[in-house]
Design a protein around this ligand. Structure first.
Ligand SMILES: C[S@@+](CC[C@H](N)C(=O)[O-])C[C@H]1O[C@@H](n2cnc3c(N)ncnc32)[C@H](O)[C@@H]1O
Length: 280
């Protein structure tokens, strides 16, 4: 049995747990909850692979779930990891919607999951007490994914796993002043190109900030076209990394990419090296 099938079987064996999360699977295959279930399982599979590869000997592991919403991902990760690994986990969930945060707290109490803390705040402003190992974000809307990446870089997270949502920010900037206008003149192509460009900018920014980056698909596109995951692993501190590729791309398409705005001038002062927040 593959990892994904194993996680699915583990979860389906505890329908009470899924019901508490309001993930009522088993209805029409295109229903919202089935889609979310498959996305969460696909995300979980990648986290399990990261843990097996890098954290098997670690005793404690702390997650920050950015734009947690109803926190399906954190609850499922918490459950699956407790069954699969002898690691003490702790989860912070942050969301700017107070109603959703109250809902998460209520579900946490129903499930009796003591190792979770839900915070009503903007991602960039959250100050978790514990040192974060892994930052996760599933469909953080538009630039909230960039906020999650910036936050993760600032707190020096060892791993960052994000599955972005919509890429409106770049799409709205792609209407003039770049070398591929003949492609992006067409609405549908502009939409698709904006997705590729946004993820390339994020990946190059992370590379310049000292992370090694991989892109994978977490589920088949039949569940959702928003299935791309950026997996970033922090490299050793004592090397210098270059932002040149990011800067070239940003300049070529005149994007003024929003990720930069989360770092102040001092952190950005050296144009060709990694952002100082990591080197300091
Ligand atoms: C599409 S939902 C995804 C929720 C959840 N991760 C999931 O997969 O079900 C996006 C969430 O991002 C939250 N959000 C958007 N911008 C945010 C920000 N800057 N800081 C914190 N939360 C944010 C919204 O309140 C919303 O709950």
């Amino acid at each position: 049995m593959g990892k994904k099938e194993k996680i699915t079987a583990l979860l389906k064996a505890n329908i009470g747990f899924l019901n508490a999360l309001e993930l009522n699977i088993g209805q029409a295959s295109d229903c919202r909850e089935n889609k979310k279930f498959n996305e969460v399982v696909g995300f979980c599979e990648q986290v399990v692979t990261v843990i097996e590869t890098y954290y098997k000997e670690k005793k404690d592991l702390v997650f920050l779930d950015c734009s947690c919403g109803k926190s399906y991902l954190s609850f499922v990760l918490n459950y699956v990891l407790s069954k699969e690994f002898a690691i003490n986990t702790y989860f912070y969930g942050v969301d700017k919607n107070p109603v959703l945060i109250e809902k998460c707290k209520a579900v946490k109490d129903i499930l009796g999951f003591k190792n979770m803390c839900f915070i009503n705040n903007k991602i960039i402003d959250v100050k978790p007490e514990k040192v974060i190992d892994i930052v996760v974000a599933l469909h953080a809307c538009d630039i909230a994914t960039d906020e999650a990446i910036a936050k993760a870089i600032k707190i020096k997270a060892r791993h960052i796993l994000v599955v972005p949502c919509c890429e409106n920010n770049i799409r709205n900037r792609l209407k003039e002043g770049h070398p591929l206008m003949n492609i992006t003149d067409f609405g549908l192509l502009r939409y698709r190109f904006a997705n590729i460009l946004t993820e390339a900018l994020r990946a190059q920014f992370l590379t310049g900030a000292g992370y090694s980056v991989r892109l994978v698909e977490i589920v088949s596109p039949k569940y959702t076209p928003k299935n791309l995951m950026i997996i970033a692993k922090r490299r050793r501190k004592n090397r210098k990394y270059s932002m040149n590729k990011f800067r070239n791309l940003d300049k070529m398409f005149n994007t003024e990419f929003v990720l930069q705005s989360f770092f102040d001038d001092a952190q950005r002062s050296n144009q060709n090296e990694c952002y100082k927040v990591l080197c300091g």
